[in-house]
Design a protein around this ligand. Structure first.
Ligand SMILES: *[C@@H]1O[C@H](CO)[C@@H](O)[C@H](O)[C@H]1NC(C)=O
Ligand SMILES: *[C@@H]1O[C@H](CO)[C@@H](O)[C@H](O)[C@H]1NC(C)=O
Ligand SMILES: *[C@@H]1O[C@H](CO)[C@@H](O)[C@H](O)[C@H]1NC(C)=O
Ligand SMILES: *[C@@H]1O[C@H](CO)[C@@H](O)[C@H](O)[C@H]1NC(C)=O
Ligand SMILES: *[C@@H]1O[C@H](CO)[C@@H](O)[C@H](O)[C@H]1NC(C)=O
Ligand SMILES: *[C@@H]1O[C@H](CO)[C@@H](O)[C@H](O)[C@H]1NC(C)=O
Ligand SMILES: *[C@@H]1O[C@H](CO)[C@@H](O)[C@H](O)[C@H]1NC(C)=O
Length: 916
């Protein structure tokens, strides 16, 4: 934010241009023309550089007494620069580039040179700039310079302003800095100074410094003791370094300091009480460090403070009441710490200027009288995960300027008060999710301003109908409530042109699916699952719609899959499971080449598996047809789905053999590489919530239980062909699928031997071959299946010794072998001619890759390794924390869902729409 303001500010200043009165000196004009020749200038910014009077050229300024060129301002005025990020890899045509011609040294009187925000293509900063002895102002920021900073710059003893931020520069020796003894403004942000030692002692030699920015310089050392020389320093930025030390107390002896940014620099320890000495401070940012301990009461002495940020740290204890003295404070942001205790009127009653209050992700308890009238008018309040309830906070009644409320997971079990309609009217973003709020939803009307609003009311106890929603809503999530009645069948105006996400899942909505959904062109995420919707799926989908996810699962929908669904070519996830849909899978779906998840299980589809699924849906990672009336053979083309990780054809009436080419499912084969992208997470990083995502899900019948996989779906590898009429043998090729965790072939007519190489499926956890006509002995390699925790070989014609050793020894339930008259050995009766068995003869092998194991635990091990799930989930969530750079991780912690929901088959199936 500050950067943007700063840039706007500097652009405005720069627009005042140069003084134009004097006439031009020929030698300088020649130098300028030569300089121009070296430059590339695609947008003709230097068009005016012709004719005699070089003082009137664009960006050139001359002294009106001597006529010498004293100013050269070539910074890129294009507005893109305001959106500059260090990751920028493009430069629009208004950038200058090319060579900086040495003729510049003939501009001997030059005092001001600004070439910022251009693209010099990784050229070095020319060392001859060091001979422009009169330079007072040098700005080469954001200009794609690279290499070392030339030490010749130390000759610029008149320099007051040096800005070389955000290039690709390095510096080994800060020795040149002290000779710039008149410097007031030094900005080296983004410069790699990790090899340079003693920065602060060098810089301390320049008492004139007013602005010092050393953000992202790779600094790792800051002296704990320094005899502070900075008597004028007002603006200090040391963010994004790696100091790994406590905050040095001398920083608070800089009495002139006003703006103080130490964020993201690995500072440790507690915040020194000396902080209260900095009584001119207006901005303090200590966020994203590893600070511990309590917030010192002396913070109340910072009477000039307008912005305070100490987020993402480990602060504990109470918020000191002295904070209530900061009557200039506009922004108070302490989110994501371990603060606890009360927040009372006393903390807030003198904060007359407060507009932003961010205390989310702490363990704070709000204890505020319902009749208290705050002295401030908040614009944005974010108190997610604080304990606000049980009552709805009455003191918000007076806050009629609010545009954002984040009050998720705040223990509110009240209904929404009537007065809230006055506030909700103007609210852009409202998040009351994960409370226990009862009765009707709040009302919304369309705002006059052109806004895309976000409304999260999911996971509450709202009941009653859903009123037509205003057309400026972009995100509406009311899933996991008790809403009933029809989904509004008419809308007040022309559809919902901006709606991106509509989640109504897990309610009691009945009636049909409204046809206007087909008109929502911007809609990306549609979740209507787990309701009582009936009738057909509308036949009106259109090519120009951008749907990515459509989830209509677990309703009472009937009829066929509409042919027009094949127009939704961007779909990545289509869920129609557990309805009464029937007929064939329409051939139009072959256009859905981006589809990763297709779940049609639990319907009455009665076709064969079309060959085009293998030929066209090449992105498929999950294909679930469980419990339908699919017949015929498995087409060979299915083996083309090399990305497939989950294939479930269980409980159908399919015939024929299991194709040998199942060995071609290469995604199920461990090939030594681990790094794979998350496939089952579809981010919807809208507006203020960069880390929101929809996690795909499926139910899988594994280990005799029905498990729902959501966040862990990406770790699951499974094939289920059970309950069909498959014949023939188990192909050996199947055993090469070394990532498989679940293989269920039970309830078919499979014959022949269990392949001897079954031990190749090293990660197999659940193996069910029961109720077939398999014969021969159990291969001894089965003892290599170190993770096997569920085995069922019952009701076959197996015979001989049950192999012993390792994991197989723990499977001591006799029933897994019954119905095989010829089997003997532990846990069944001893084999008659057998000598006493030798127990654990095999040496436990360690898997090659420990992480492989960990991931495996994540995927399936809920039953016997629930401890690991916690570990894995934390690793996983950390990623999204990283994403929440400027936003608010508030959304995260309270939504730490348990990864896998275990459910009995009979329970009502629930989907998990989750946000992190
Ligand atoms: C030069 O011209 C500018 C504006 O035209 C004026 O403000 C400034 O005082 C002049 N300087 C001298 C030294 O005459
Ligand atoms: C500076 O100007 C002189 C005289 O015009 C010229 O001879 C010389 O080449 C110029 N220097 C550079 C580096 O261009
Ligand atoms: C303070 O600055 C002066 C002037 O540059 C310098 O001579 C002196 O050594 C500096 N003091 C410290 C402690 O660095
Ligand atoms: C800072 O606060 C002091 C009183 O504590 C006041 O005199 C001074 O004007 C304030 N300065 C600014 C810049 O607000
Ligand atoms: C609020 O301000 C009043 C008047 O300046 C003062 O008397 C009172 O102590 C302050 N309260 C807090 C909690 O700082
Ligand atoms: C499976 O892979 C083998 C080679 O590994 C290849 O010859 C065969 O054509 C593939 N089958 C299918 C159906 O893709
Ligand atoms: C290994 O498998 C992964 C995932 O299926 C794939 O992305 C990668 O290209 C494969 N690597 C090799 C060397 O085959």
């Amino acid at each position: 934010m500050f950067l943007v303001l700063f840039l706007i500010g500097s652009l405005v200043l720069r627009c005042n241009g140069a003084d134009l009165n004097a006439s031009c000196i020929k030698r300088e004009r020649d130098a300028l023309l030569k300089f121009k020749q070296g430059l590339t200038d695609f947008s003709n910014r230097l068009l005016s550089w012709e004719g005699e009077d070089c003082c009137s050229w664009e960006g050139v300024g001359c002294s009106n007494t001597t006529g010498h060129v004293i100013k050269l301002d070539l910074h890129n005025p294009s507005s893109w620069a305001m959106y500059y990020t260090p990751q920028r890899e493009f430069c629009d045509s208004s950038c200058l580039g090319g060579d900086i011609n040495p003729s510049l040294v003939n501009l001997t009187h030059l005092e001001y040179f600004d070439a910022s925000m251009n693209n010099f293509s990784y050229a070095e900063i020319p060392s001859f700039l060091g001979s422009l002895k009169n330079l007072k102002y040098l700005d080469l920021g954001f200009a794609e310079f690279a290499g070392k900073v030339p030490h010749q710059l130390s000759n610029l003893s008149n320099l007051q302003h040096l800005d070389i931020r955000w290039n690709h520069l390095t510096i080994d020796n800060p020795g040149f800095v002290p000779s710039l003894s008149r410097l007031k403004h030094l900005d080296l942000s983004g410069l790699d100074a990790s090899n340079a030692s003693d920065w602060f002692h060098s810089i301390n030699m320049i008492p004139s410094l007013v602005v010092l920015r050393l953000s992202n310089c790779g600094l790792s050392h800051i002296p704990l003791i320094l005899d502070v020389n900075f008597t004028s320093l007002t603006f200090l930025v040391l963010s994004d370094n790696n100091f790994s030390s406590t905050i040095p107390r001398w920083l608070f002896n800089i009495s002139s300091i006003r703006y103080f940014d130490l964020s993201s620099s690995a500072f440790q320890g507690s915040i020194p009480a000396e902080i209260g000495n900095s009584n001119l401070l207006t901005m303090l940012d200590l966020s994203e460090n590893e600070l511990e301990g309590a917030l010192p009461a002396s913070i109340g002495k910072l009477s000039n403070l307008t912005e305070l940020y100490i987020t993402h740290s480990n602060l504990r204890g109470n918020i000191p009441e002295s904070i209530g003295q900061l009557s200039n404070l506009e922004m108070l942001d302490l989110h994501d710490n371990f603060l606890d205790g009360m927040v009372s009127e006393r903390h807030l009653s003198n904060l007359t200027s407060l507009t932003h209050l961010f205390l989310a992700q702490n363990q704070l308890v709000f204890n505020i009288s319902p009749i208290w009238v705050p002295p401030f008018q908040l614009g944005w309040i974010s108190i997610t995960s604080c304990k606000i309830g049980p009552n709805f906070p009455q003191w918000l009644k007076t806050q009629t300027n609010l545009f954002k409320i984040d009050m998720s997971n705040a223990s509110i079990s009240d209904s929404i008060p009537d007065w809230f309609d006055n506030i909700s009217l103007s609210i852009e973003d409202l998040d009351l999710s994960y409370n226990h709020i009862t009765k009707n939803l709040p009302k919304f009307r369309k705002l006059s301003a052109h806004l895309y609003r976000e409304i999260y009311l999911d996971s509450n106890k709202f009941e009653g109908p859903l009123d037509p929603f205003p057309s400026d809503v972009a995100i509406l999530d009311v899933s996991n409530n008790f809403l009933s009645g029809h989904i509004p069948q008419t809308l007040t105006d022309n559809g919902m042109p901006h709606m991106r996400l509509l989640f109504l899942s897990n309610n009691q909505f009945s009636g049909g699916i409204p046809v206007y959904l087909c008109k929502m062109q911007d809609l990306n995420f549609l979740g209507l699952a787990n309701n009582q919707l009936s009738g057909g799926v509308p036949e009106c989908w259109q090519k120009r719609q951008g749907l990515l996810v459509m989830d209509l699962a677990n309703n009472n929908l009937s009829g066929p899959i509409p042919v027009s669904m094949g127009s939704l070519q961007r779909l990545v996830s289509l869920h129609l499971e557990n309805n009464n849909l029937q007929g064939e899978i329409p051939v139009s779906l072959k256009n859905l080449a981006n589809l990763r998840a297709l779940d049609l299980s639990g319907n009455s589809f009665s076709s064969t598996i079309p060959a085009w699924i293998g030929e066209n849906l090449s992105s498929l990672k999950m294909f679930n047809l469980h419990s339908n009336m699919i017949h015929g053979e498995i087409p060979q083309q299915l083996c083309n789905l090399v990305s497939l990780r989950l294939l479930d054809l269980g409980r159908n009436t399919m015939t024929g053999a299991i194709p040998h080419c199942f060995g071609n499912f290469t995604a199920m084969i461990f090939n030594g590489t681990r790094s794979e992208k998350t496939w089952s997470r579809y981010p919807y990083p809208y507006l203020n919530y960069p880390h929101l995502a929809y996690d795909d899900h499926t139910l899988a019948f594994i280990k005799g239980t029905e498990l729902e996989y959501t966040k862990t779906l990406q770790f699951l590898f499974s094939i289920d062909l059970s309950g069909n009429n498959f014949t023939g043998t188990i192909p050996e090729e199947l055993m090469s699928l070394s990532k498989l965790q679940n293989l269920n072939l039970s309830g078919n007519y499979l014959e022949g031997h269990i392949p001897s190489n079954i031990g190749n499926m090293k990660l197999l956890e659940s193996l069910d071959l029961s109720r077939n006509v398999l014969s021969g002995s159990i291969p001894s390699s089965i003892t290599d299946l170190n993770f096997l925790s569920h085995l069922n070989l019952s009701f076959n014609n197996l015979s001989g010794h049950i192999p012993s050793g390792n994991q197989i020894q723990t499977l001591d339930d006799k029933s897994i072998y019954i119905g095989n008259d010829g089997l003997c050995g532990f846990p069944l009766k001893k084999c008659t001619e057998e000598e006493p068995h030798k127990g654990f003869e095999k040496v436990e092998k360690t898997t090659k890759d420990e992480t492989e194991k960990l991931w495996f635990f994540c995927g399936l091990g809920m039953g016997f390794t629930s401890g690991f799930v916690g570990v894995c989930s934390i690793l996983y969530f950390k990623d999204s924390w990283r994403l929440a750079y400027f936003g608010f991780a508030d959304k995260i912690c309270n939504k730490l869902w348990v990864i896998i929901a275990i459910k009995a088959n009979q329970l009502r199936r629930k989907l998990h729409w989750k946000r992190f």
